[in-house]
Design a protein around this ligand. Structure first.
Ligand SMILES: *[C@@H]1O[C@H](CO)[C@@H](O)[C@H](O)[C@H]1NC(C)=O
Ligand SMILES: *[C@@H]1O[C@H](CO)[C@@H](O)[C@H](O)[C@H]1NC(C)=O
Ligand SMILES: *[C@@H]1O[C@H](CO)[C@@H](O)[C@H](O)[C@H]1NC(C)=O
Ligand SMILES: *[C@@H]1O[C@H](CO)[C@@H](O)[C@H](O)[C@H]1NC(C)=O
Ligand SMILES: *[C@@H]1O[C@H](CO)[C@@H](O)[C@H](O)[C@H]1NC(C)=O
Ligand SMILES: *[C@@H]1O[C@H](CO)[C@@H](O)[C@H](O)[C@H]1NC(C)=O
Ligand SMILES: *[C@@H]1O[C@H](CO)[C@@H](O)[C@H](O)[C@H]1NC(C)=O
Ligand SMILES: *[C@@H]1O[C@H](CO)[C@@H](O)[C@H](O)[C@H]1NC(C)=O
Ligand SMILES: *[C@@H]1O[C@H](CO)[C@@H](O)[C@H](O)[C@H]1NC(C)=O
Ligand SMILES: *[C@@H]1O[C@H](CO)[C@@H](O)[C@H](O)[C@H]1NC(C)=O
Ligand SMILES: *[C@@H]1O[C@H](CO)[C@@H](O)[C@H](O)[C@H]1NC(C)=O
Length: 780
């Protein structure tokens, strides 16, 4: 497989053959059907990116999907029920000066949407989604997602990507057309204007209104607009059902007009036309009007809706056969990567994404971990573990001096794999790290009940809630099992853990750490974690901390944050970040979410439901009996979130439920602290064409040579282990775009006719959300 897009076809537009007076969605459906019949898909999951039709028709279809304002208020009510478990609500409203983004009051924002709905102001589904999406953009958290049913249908694509590169690594980067750089076009000229505005100015506004990056740092947001093979690979390679993913600039789920016009420095003007694709639709028979999409899709509870047709299934089977003969040596994993890896994870690009390399004289080893997520099958975590182990063994045998751990594009995955990977490098070091939850009333109820039932002698309830189940669900943040206090002591009862502690005008639980010596934790990955029980290593540390360097491009978050944080704060490993806006100065390489765990509302609701089912046995009993058997009152249990009264098929909120805290005793979650990398590099043209240039530059920094680092970026604020900054880093650039004045709240006027300014959330590509199953959701 070459670059995923080398074969991207723009389907023919045949609007002439379709009468003008038909419904826009019917027209869209017919164009797609026609495009589909003319396109040979190598991977049917790439359908939304590869079968592309007229952009404006898609927009007209999108805005013709009706909505019920009454239903919106019910949906908002449901979201507001679950959000008290969102761990950063209080700090988002009132962040410390170290936070690089504006504040947002999520509850107040939802109230405004609720009010607008009460006043019947939403004319169509797209308008409503635009407001939800503008909020999500401002939350800057990859773990935060409000998903409504099947609306993530439309996506608009540009024909090429952009990259931001410096001529010599020192000069400030400029924005180029990706294909000019990848094809090494002589005298390629940078883009200086988009839509008659200076290019950086345009991209800044675009990032604020169109790009749902979930990133904490303006430099990282800039990077997310650029072509990045690691981000693409981390998205589609971890699942055999993932579709292609593109940069937030190349594609958007918010209509941005029919085209983008621009100007190169050499004076030549250009226009890039948008084309539209849709994810859901293999068979379009139910797609004949906005109304039918609403009735058959958005409000439907039928899980086998459109897109799950026989044709679809057959194509997937076909694809499955075709790629079992996947030829690794010619496809690892992008043309800019070397084709001679020493290690690739099993089922590479079909469940695994880790690969390892030796550079030239074997003095440098590179371990590329673009994701901690692996496969949908139970051996997958161990396959990732094995790839890392093999890399360490082989590079030690080859006498490697410096190790680059490339975490570009890594937006997380299984959080226990982050701990395990740390222990593979440092099997004797204690992976001590702290976390807490927002001490909401519902967390208190769930935690009380699970802990109580798990420890009680009489555990016979109707339904699935028995002692074993309560112990399993209560391991981690929802109970007292598998975790220890700050002082590494086990908990006696739930109250001891719950607290609450008041911080920044909000309530939190006491901080805790995982207890990896506990039997409950050991088994979670399907194998014993490195350095525990029988899984020991014959070395103290695989490499000296000074001989390892972490490489970040701003995307690193979630499990990647946990891994990076352990490497930095426990072992003292340094890091390099790459890219960012065309200004000198430091960059935070770990700018994805620094939340420690995401949970999906449907998983929380399932647990609530189990508890409520157990309660139903006590219909005629006193509150005292309920309390003594379940550990909570009837009133507390009754008010737990439930799916009842939800008008649309899937109304799911993904929320971060755990804050990661510094061990130093600071009570501010890592999410809001500032931590620069030890050095920042600009991308050069060579690095875009051949990633080993980037790896060599990072290895040089590990060797102590900081001459290539961007001025002002060496050992920047918060780069020292265990000393994250909670005051302003006073970054030497005038206008980091995230701090520019912006309107936090939904507009009062409908957004319908404002052309380029409507936004909808992006097509699901967020790795951390995809795999949440209910009992084990806490793994992510
Ligand atoms: C100007 O630069 C662009 C982008 O590299 C290129 O496509 C175009 O051909 C150049 N125009 C001229 C007149 O050289
Ligand atoms: C898909 O649509 C085609 C019409 O284009 C129809 O013939 C076929 O029966 C449909 N398949 C399914 C499974 O609905
Ligand atoms: C769900 O949708 C599928 C495909 O559209 C249909 O065949 C099936 O009868 C529906 N099931 C229900 C319960 O409505
Ligand atoms: C993807 O992997 C799963 C789990 O191994 C397998 O059951 C499924 O058939 C695969 N699907 C495709 C399209 O290859
Ligand atoms: C895999 O690709 C390499 C390089 O293109 C080629 O030499 C080799 O024969 C291929 N192997 C198979 C099994 O197709
Ligand atoms: C993963 O790869 C192993 C061999 O390395 C194979 O046995 C297994 O079936 C693969 N699993 C899937 C789900 O493809
Ligand atoms: C590099 O290591 C490999 C594998 O250990 C070995 O085969 C090769 O000879 C080494 N090359 C050099 C230049 O030492
Ligand atoms: C256990 O609970 C059941 C059902 O509530 C009850 O009938 C039984 O007496 C209880 N047993 C003990 C030992 O408390
Ligand atoms: C507890 O409930 C689970 C799920 O319903 C069930 O699989 C298991 O057998 C039960 N265990 C006991 C000890 O009753
Ligand atoms: C925090 O907890 C205290 C004591 O439990 C309670 O009185 C107070 O209302 C809570 N504050 C918030 C903001 O929930
Ligand atoms: C974990 O280690 C223990 C010994 O300490 C062993 O009994 C057990 O089988 C191991 N588990 C796995 C999954 O390897």
């Amino acid at each position: 497989m070459q670059s995923l897009f080398s074969a991207m076809v723009f389907a023919h537009i045949c609007s002439a053959t379709i009468p003008e007076d038909i419904e826009p969605c019917q027209k869209f459906a017919e164009l797609l059907r026609e495009g589909r019949s003319k396109t040979t898909l190598e991977n049917p999951y790439n359908y939304p990116a590869e079968v592309l039709v007229d952009a404006e028709t898609a927009y007209q279809c999108a805005t013709s999907i009706p909505i019920s304002n009454e239903e919106i208020s019910r949906v908002i009510y449901k979201y507001k029920n679950i959000l008290p478990m969102y761990s950063t609500l209080g700090f988002l409203k009132n962040p410390p000066a170290s936070y690089q983004q504006p504040s947002i009051d999520v509850m107040a924002y939802l109230d405004l949407i609720y009010e607008r709905a009460k006043q019947n102001k939403y004319a169509n589904f797209y308008e409503y989604e635009s407001d939800i999406s503008l909020m999500a953009i401002q939350v800057h958290d990859q773990h935060f997602r409000l998903k409504n049913s099947g609306m993530y249908q439309f996506r608009w694509y540009l024909p090429d990507d952009i990259v931001s590169v410096s001529k010599d690594g020192k000069e400030l980067p400029q924005v180029y057309v990706y294909s000019d750089i990848s094809r090494d076009v002589p005298s390629a000229s940078p883009i200086i204007e988009l839509e008659d505005e200076p290019v950086a100015f345009y991209l800044e506004r675009y990032a604020r209104t169109k790009a749902s990056t979930g990133l904490l740092e303006p430099h990282a947001e800039w990077n997310a607009l650029m072509y990045n093979p690691a981000v693409e690979f981390s998205t589609w390679g971890t699942r055999n059902t993932s579709s292609v993913y593109t940069s937030e600039f190349r594609s958007t789920s918010s209509y941005n007009g029919n085209s983008i016009k621009g100007k190169f420095e050499n004076g030549t003007k250009f226009e890039w036309k948008y084309m539209a694709g849709s994810k859901a639709i293999y068979n379009l028979t139910k797609f004949s009007s906005g109304r039918s999409i609403y009735d058959n899709w958005i409000t439907s509870n039928n899980k086998s809706r459109m897109g799950k047709t026989k044709e679809d299934e057959q194509m997937r089977k076909l694809f499955s056969k075709k790629t079992t003969a996947f030829n690794l040596s010619s496809s690892v994993p992008y043309p800019s990567y070397p084709d001679d890896p020493i290690v690739v994870q099993s089922n590479f690009s079909r469940g695994g994404t880790v690969s390892g390399y030796l550079l030239s004289d074997n003095s440098t080893g590179v371990l590329s971990i673009p994701s901690f997520l692996a496969g949908t099958y139970k051996e997958a975590p161990e396959e990732l573990h094995t790839a890392v182990a093999e890399f360490i063994t082989k590079s030690r045998e080859a006498g490697v001096k410096k190790v680059v751990i490339d975490l570009s594009g890594n937006r997380g995955g299984f959080l226990l794999l982050a701990y395990d990977t740390f222990r593979q490098f440092f099997p004797k070091m204690d992976p001590y790290s702290l976390a807490n939850s927002r001490a909401s009333e519902d967390l208190n109820t769930i935690g009380s009940v699970l802990s109580h039932v798990a420890m009680s002698s009489n555990d016979s309830f109707k339904g699935p809630l028995n002692r074993t189940m309560a112990q399993s669900l209560g391991t981690g943040d929802l109970g007292i099992f598998g975790t220890l206090s700050r002082e590494s002591k086990p908990w006696k009862w739930w109250k001891e853990l719950f607290g609450p502690v008041t911080i920044n005008q909000d309530n939190y639980t006491n901080p805790w750490r995982y207890d990896f010596n506990s039997k409950r934790m050991i088994g979670r990955l399907g194998f014993n974690m490195t350095g525990y029980a029988d899984n020991q290593r014959d070395y103290e540390q695989a490499f000296d901390p000074d001989d390892i360097i972490l490489l970040h491009d701003g995307h690193c978050g979630s499990a990647c944050f946990i891994f990076s944080s352990l490497m930095k704060n426990i072992a003292g490993v340094k890091s390099v970040s790459v890219g960012g806006m065309p200004v000198d100065g430091p960059m935070q390489g770990v700018a994805g979410t620094r939340g420690c765990q995401v949970r999906q509302s449907d998983a929380i609701i399932k647990i609530s439901h189990m508890i409520q089912t157990a309660l139903s046995e006590f219909r005629d009993q006193s509150d005292k009996v309920v309390r003594s058997r379940l550990g909570a009152t009837r009133r507390q249990i009754d008010r737990l979130p439930s799916p009842k009264g939800t008008p649309w098929g899937d109304v799911i909120a993904g929320i971060n439920t755990l804050n990661c805290l510094p061990s130093s005793g600071s009570q501010i979650p890592y999410q809001f602290l500032y931590e620069a990398s030890n050095c920042r590099l600009f991308y050069t043209m060579d690095m875009i064409r051949d990633i080993t240039y980037l790896w060599r530059a990072a290895a040089a920094v590990a060797g102590g040579d900081t001459s290539a680092c961007v001025p002002g970026s060496v050992d920047g604020p918060g780069s020292e282990p265990n000393k994250p900054l909670n005051v302003s880093p006073e970054i030497p650039y005038a206008n980091p775009w995230g701090n520019s004045v912006r309107n936090n709240l939904p507009r009062d006027e409908p957004v319908q006719n404002s052309g380029g300014f409507c936004t909808v959330s992006r097509v699901g590509g967020s790795v951390s959300v995809a795999a949440a199953t209910f009992a084990f959701a806490w793994l992510l």
